[in-house]
Design a protein around this ligand. Structure first.
Ligand code: 13P
Ligand code: SF4
Length: 315
């Protein structure tokens, strides 16, 4: 089948089976265009928690489909078109490593980024995403020690903004970690009228907070989740945006604001895992209802507590 036939078959099967297609902002544009909802980790978690569709095809990476399975109602099934779509960041910590870390800080509160396995979430007190990490950390009483994991750049940024000292796991995402502040500084000189949108997983996120006041530059970069970037661009008067995150985000940005210009901070910021979802894999998964991601009890209930606490804080 060619792309056109695959697209029409996916649409037909989706209607026939009353399936909901969810897609992360980083997946291929043609997949985003077929989705009922495109968003960041937080938006996708919320959507999967509120929908009644019995079949959800989750076009993203494995831990995101796992999160949806944890939140799923009794009869819902979550499919992930490619079960090998992993995440270098979530692989930096396992449930048993977290158990050992907790032993060193027995009274600490554990805040885990959503980019973790269900096993890690089950050992956590709170989950958070890049969109609500600040609110989650601010909600924890001042006298409590915090273990924050697994992204050290997100953790450092949260620490800097909230002023809250935390123990931070030394994990990183291979796509975001290597973006240096010098690259942003250089781009700010070239695109002096642009708004700068930086994901907090970027190696430069904390130093970028202070870049706007360097030399003659007056504009501060905005540190945002992927959905936060889309919202910001929709409200901003700027005509040009420099975007520091996985380049898939350029698709929803350009789709929403076709007259504005979006420049990637680096063309090499590509997550090979997010690009593993193809039209053919989506079609096969939907047709054969295969590649189910299912978190079983008692792990499901344990992991759910941390996610629900996060959703409660975020309104
Ligand atoms: P968002 O929650 O901002 O979409 O980020 C998820 C992610 O995997 C970033 O690399
Ligand atoms: Fe994981 Fe990084 Fe890919 Fe996001 S961009 S899914 S953190 S590997």
């Amino acid at each position: 089948m060619d792309s056109k036939e695959l697209i029409s078959e996916i649409k037909r099967l989706k209607n026939e089976k009353n399936a909901l297609i969810l897609a992360h902002n980083y997946v291929k544009g043609e997949i985003q265009d077929l989705a009922d909802y495109v968003g960041d980790s937080l938006g996708l978690s919320r959507k999967s928690a509120e929908t009644d569709n019995e079949l959800i095809v989750f076009c993203a990476v494995h831990f995101m489909a796992e999160t949806a399975s944890v939140l799923a109602k009794r009869r819902q099934r979550i499919l992930c078109p490619d079960l090998n779509a992993g995440c270098s960041l979530s692989e930096t910590i396992t449930g048993s490593q977290l158990k050992e870390w907790k032993k060193e800080h027995p009274d600490a509160i554990v805040v885990s980024y959503v980019n973790t396995s269900a096993e890690v979430k089950a050992e956590s007190d709170y989950c958070c995403t890049s969109g609500n990490a600040l609110n989650v950390v601010r909600s924890i009483p001042e006298d409590k020690d915090i273990l924050f994991l697994p992204d050290m750049f997100l953790g450092a940024w949260v620490q800097e903004v909230t002023g809250r000292k935390m123990h931070i796991w030394p994990g990183e995402c291979h796509v975001h970690a290597s973006l240096p502040p010098e690259r942003i500084q250089d781009l700010m000189k070239v695109h002096s009228d642009a708004d700068f949108l930086i994901h907090p997983e970027c190696g430069c996120s904390t130093s970028c907070m202070y870049l706007g006041s360097v030399g003659k530059l007056e504009k501060k970069p905005h540190i945002l989740s992927t959905a936060g970037m889309v919202k910001h661009a929709e409200k901003s008067n700027a005509e040009t945006f420099v975007v520091a995150t996985e380049t898939g985000i350029l698709h929803p940005l350009k789709k929403s604001l076709p007259k504005k210009e979006f420049i990637p901070a680096s063309d090499s910021m590509v997550c090979q895992y997010m690009k593993m979802v193809t039209l053919e894999k989506l079609y096969l998964s939907l047709r054969d209802e295969k590649h189910e991601v299912k978190v079983e009890e008692p792990l499901k209930s344990k992991a759910k507590k941390a996610i629900v606490r996060m959703l409660d804080i975020d309104g």
